[in-house]
Design a protein around this ligand. Structure first.
Ligand SMILES: Cc1cc2nc3c(=O)[nH]c(=O)nc-3n(C[C@H](O)[C@H](O)[C@H](O)COP(=O)(O)OP(=O)(O)OC[C@H]3O[C@@H](n4cnc5c(N)ncnc54)[C@H](O)[C@@H]3O)c2cc1C
Length: 348
């Protein structure tokens, strides 16, 4: 590794070591040889000093999160992104559900197209907010009929938005743990759930969050995908507590490559994600320099993944925001290539 400094890498050099969090799944069969990407991409750096070695790369599994488009223009943007990102051979992709007051229709349309037109294993997010159990069951059946085998089971936000008091529907599932139990009764689904390394905004404390995660795992969840975060030390402490609580499902870090730090700050507050000061430092002076900003964005996400991989994490869920170039740059920066990904996918 080069002498390039970063907060994540400094943490490692300062001797925090690389404890391997127990119970994390190694992803078999993914082998992306270290070659350089050919496609021009504004996010790509001139060097590649964040690249993982081939052994570390072999263990890495990635998944991508998309959201349903709200306009024709966004539709074009989504499917352009998918056509580029599918070459990275993700373990699965997921499509969000119902956020921003939308119903199941946009998610169903998007998930159906993924399943019909791409080779990608596709998970649908599902919330139980504002619905009776019967209504939720009918949604599950509809998704099952189009081929969904993997749900990301969530409570969802209160109709008044994040921070508004949450009232479960009197005839519905009370929370995500109850929804997981319901899904388990209905079918043999793969079930992912949320986890909050920096605490859900409504939670009393981290212990309450971990307790909820334990209920979800006990009820049959097979994987947790975390809210995005930037402080790897804090994530590691969280993971230690999760394991100490007897939760053994994979806890997959949610990685948010930063398309726009100012916008992200607004959004992060509502999600309970802390924006560390080092991000301001890294992006300082680049407001009017999109090319430099883009390179920093790719650096930061690649460094975060590299650092987590050194700590023993093997799976990463990338929030794509329906855009490909930055995500592709992050993966290229880590030493992956599309050609290698395709070969690994074909061999698997
Ligand atoms: C990976 C991921 C994907 C997501 N996808 C979507 C999506 O597709 N659509 C969408 O609308 N939202 C989505 N969200 C956001 C999510 O719906 C909100 O964070 C919601 O507020 C909580 O849902 P949950 O399933 O995480 O809740 P839960 O797991 O049920 O609860 C989360 C935490 O909040 C606390 N909590 C829950 N209820 C209460 C309460 N009544 N009082 C006090 N504390 C409480 C608990 O401590 C718990 O740990 C996603 C979040 C993540 C991390």
């Amino acid at each position: 590794m080069s002498s390039r400094s970063s907060t994540f890498i400094r943490v490692i050099k300062a001797g925090r070591g690389s404890p391997s969090p127990s119970g994390l799944r190694a992803t078999p069969g993914v082998s992306w040889p270290p070659q350089r990407a050919k496609a021009p991409n504004p996010y790509l750096p001139g060097d590649n000093d964040m690249a993982l070695n081939s052994d570390a790369r072999r263990k890495i599994g990635i998944s991508f999160e998309f959201f349903p488009p709200k306009s024709e223009e966004m539709e074009g943007q989504l499917w352009n992104a998918v056509s580029e990102l599918q070459d990275w051979d993700p373990d699965f992709v997921s499509v969000t559900y119902g956020a921003g007051g939308t119903t199941k229709a946009p998610t169903l349309a998007t998930v159906s197209r993924f399943l019909a037109e791409t080779p990608l294993a596709t998970a649908s997010h599902l919330t139980c907010v504002g619905a009776t159990k019967d209504e939720t069951h009918s949604v599950i059946e509809t998704f099952r009929k189009v081929g969904v085998k993997h749900f990301v089971a969530l409570r969802g936000d209160a109709p008044g938005g994040v921070g508004a008091p949450y009232q479960p529907h009197p005839g519905g599932y009370a929370n995500a743990a109850a929804l997981v139990a319901g899904l388990r009764e209905i079918g043999d689904f793969e079930i992912s759930v949320s986890a909050y390394p920096e605490k859900h905004p409504e939670s009393r404390d981290t212990a309450a969050d971990i307790d909820m995660l334990k209920q979800k795992a006990d009820n049959g969840a097979t994987r947790a995908l975390t809210q995005f975060f930037f402080d790897n030390d804090s994530f590691e402490r969280y993971l230690e507590k999760v394991r100490a609580a007897g939760i053994n499902i994979p806890v997959v870090p949610g990685i948010m490559p930063i398309q726009n730090l100012t916008q992200l700050k607004r959004f992060a507050g509502a999600c309970g994600t802390i924006i560390p000061a080092f991000l301001d430092e890294r992006f300082a002076g680049f407001d009017d320099k999109p090319e430099e900003r883009a390179k920093v964005a790719a650096d930061v996400a690649a460094e975060q993944i590299e650092d987590l991989a050194r700590r023993g994490l093997t799976d990463f869920h990338l929030y794509t925001m329906n855009r490909a170039p930055l995500v592709s740059a992050v993966l290229t920066h880590l030493g992956f290539t599309r050609e290698g990904a395709k070969k690994a996918g074909a061999a698997a």
